[in-house]
Design a protein around this ligand. Sequence first.
Ligand code: F3S
Length: 770
Amino acid sequence: ATHAALSEKDCKSITPPYALLIQNLADARQHIHHKLTLAEKILYSHLYDPKKRVGDEGKLRGQAYLQLRPERVAMQDASAQMALLQFMSAGLAQSVVPASIHCDHLIQAVDGAKSDLERSIVTNQEVFDFLESAARKYGIEFWRPGSGIIHQIVLENYAAPGMLMLGTDSHTPNAGGLGMLAIGVGGADAVDAMTGTPWELKHPEIVGIHLTGKMGPWVSPKDLILHIAGKLTVRGGTGRILEYFGPGVDAQSCTGLACVANMGAEVGATTSTFPYTAAMRAYLNATGRAPVARAADEAAAQGFLSADEGAEYDQLIQINLSELEPYINGPFTPDLATPLSKFGEFVKENGWKDDLSAALIGSCTNSSYQDMTSVADLASQARSAGLKTKVPFLCTPGSEQIRATMERDNVTSTLEDVGALVLANACGPCIGQWKRTDQPSEENAILTSFNRNFKSRNDGNARTMNFLASPTIVTAMAFSGSLQFNPMKDTIPLPSGGTFKFAAPVGQDLPPAGFTPGQNAFYPQQTPEPQPDTEIIINKDSQRLELLEPFTSPFVNGIRELPEMKVLMRVRGKCTTDHISAAGPWLKYKGHLTNISENLLITATNDEGGEVNVAFDQGPDGQTTTDTIPGVAKRFKARNQPWALVVDENYGEGSAREHAALQPRFYGCNMIIARSFARIHETNLKKQGVLPLWFVDKNDYSRIGSGDDVKTVGVSQLLSGNISATIKLRVTKANGDVFEIPTKHTMSEDQVRWLQAGSALNYIRSQMAL
Ligand code: F3S
């Protein structure tokens, strides 16, 4: 069977409402008069209120905050847990926008697809049961373990030109390959979209990347983004959208563009996008979505799916694809880009051993039909010469559809003939879920077609140097086993004597016989009806999942100021969301707020003493006890002692991780006073009912410290609707000194309602009850 063609009706939930979007854009153009890039068109057509002015012309990019209405949400199994737990506490019967859950990160690769999948389902049963029951209750599409990797499935099933989507994973931008904006976010942002709350984004700057020329036979879209990563570095895309255009875009397959968009995350870009192309249309048709393609054709005819002629970019990068060569990036950072022709020299200069220890292909970045048929071409050339790969060669298909189509078209058998081990359709080694049986005890090098190569990411071994390349380069080098091998010019000795040289790989963009869907069991019901009677499955003794108790509002019985708080500590210097809620071994507790809160601020520095993870508790008995930061927070919680935190510059920079706001609130934090906040984290604090305040005079930071009592003066005015009210802090020191400190706030009227209700979710729930 080929991929079932979906009807107009089936495609309703996956076709962007183009007429509405185009009208929204026309409304926005009443107050935005410059020529628009494609990214701006997609953003402005998704404004929550397109008729409302968002800021001064010329001061939008990089400055204005946009309130947006995303059309869809996708969540992977690790991050979906807290997103759903929060969504549940909003009390809605279903998600306001279509949403999907994908079980991919929790599957461990050991010895092959079938047994790995079976074993991982047992190990993670409680998480999968929870996700599935929540999906059923709220009408969310549930892609069970084995169905594939979130981004591949989104591209195959949900992505559409001109759409705005959020995903709780950093490589969500992969869907940009279909000419849309897909943005990776934290669970709290996904909950905004699912509850219909405006989703806020600082207007990104737009980088234009103009592609001309034609790629050579060994060069692929992966090499383009590896080259760009080298140019822009891991921070070059921060707060920016990468918008590609020019004749070089039209020459790429849709899945090739998706690979480029996927790895925009490696330069920190908000997302990446491309104007609608014939290859996108062909991909939509091949994946059964002809009605979406027809609707996109019409929208494109009205100029919606490409930039206005003469639109300006904040930076313009010119790339001639004819000059591009294959790249190998790494080790340990994706922006250390070395052209293939120089890589042998680079290995020698660094004194590394010339041996490759493993080669891995696939993942969400590179498991398209084009990738797989290209590597199968190389494998078949080598097989004809009697060669097998010299090192373990692992292949992770991105989805059941890709796996089944590879099998039908003899791609899999060709790869297996030369020694490949095909793993489950899941993240596996890409996210460190690789139980490497041949774990080397010394420095060794692996080559992958994945997207990230931080230390220890793949096999958990800090001595494994991980390099990124295209699937064809990875595959060719697996046959030589040498890091200095350049398949474009070098030969491999044959056991029978003589030498073998690869011809340039040839793949096919799309399967001539169509995609085959594979096992039906993996496919969810499309836009399922919510089943409100479904019981959400959480074992009460679970160490991984815990229902969220709604946070209580401090404003009850006529109280109009925050309760008197104790200052827990004064945090010194850089404090990112990683400092506030560490990752690594804590990831398994993402769905269990009590357990994960044990990591609160454990790498933060106390300005009073300069030590990391040390705080002081002046207990009710007057004795000062030294403890860890979560230790003191727990004592405060046990005593029902509300508390506040004093923090430094740019507090909460880093990611959108909602745990960094949930955890202090869980322990009883009501207020954080900063020299400055990172905006996303500041909003996350507001969502959880924590009041973020800024020192008017940054020197006041040093005047408040551990054990001080703090009261607010002025919150009552905020609650009465005086949004420009200033709030003062009345500080009482241990020695009895009392003084006031002026602060500023950035609360909007909506956000004051969140504070008043105890959290944004409480507020949403109260609105439902009306
Ligand atoms: Fe999974 Fe790796 Fe992609 S973790 S989502 S395959 S980046």
